[in-house]
Design a protein around this ligand. Sequence first.
Ligand code: 2AM
Length: 203
Amino acid sequence: MGGGKKKGETLRLFAALDIPEKVRERIAEAVSRNAGLLPQARWVRKENLHLTLKFIGEYPEEKLGGLEEIMEAKALNGEPFTVALKGCGGFPSPGKARVIWLGMGKGEKEAASLAAELDSGLSKVGVGRETRPFRGHLTLARLRNPLDCSPCLASLEEDLAGLEDMDFMISEITLYRSFLRPGGPHYVPLRRFGLGRECGARD
Ligand code: 2AM
């Protein structure tokens, strides 16, 4: 953790829920079997798979302490919950998708409530409010141009049918720094905040 911060710079940040390694592996296997159905897509690398709660965007490094305080308080107010990933879809629609995603069969209500708390809390330290309703999802791939992804979605969904049974506990929120690189984004965890308990670890 740490993310190589320098004084006076802005950091591209987001808050997310991490998923266990065995779930990532299961998803990555299905993606490798199905990616050929959609060669135009940029598939998210295994280590980058996450559930976004709040995209913060560029944020001044010197104000990071205040932002972390709010995240800590919101996490402390929450409690651990179970998540199960289920179903595939496309944003804005499967027929004209720019994003391919995995949905939440369990835990979406809790994730939505955390996202709303972060959205209102972080607005007090200069973070823009979310205008769209929260849709709990894990992005699998992005497309530069909208495309009919229905056949790929059907195949992925069949391949990932057992994923719902691999449910897992979420016990913390992670603050990530994102580095946009030509080969794809690189995400660095800056700090984790325990849900309902104090455990914010930092380098
Ligand atoms: P997504 O999963 O819906 O693509 C890091 O970029 C994370 O922040 C991504 O997972 C992305 O969500 C989310 N995010 C939300 N709004 C964003 C924006 N305007 N630009 C980049 N990422 C955004």
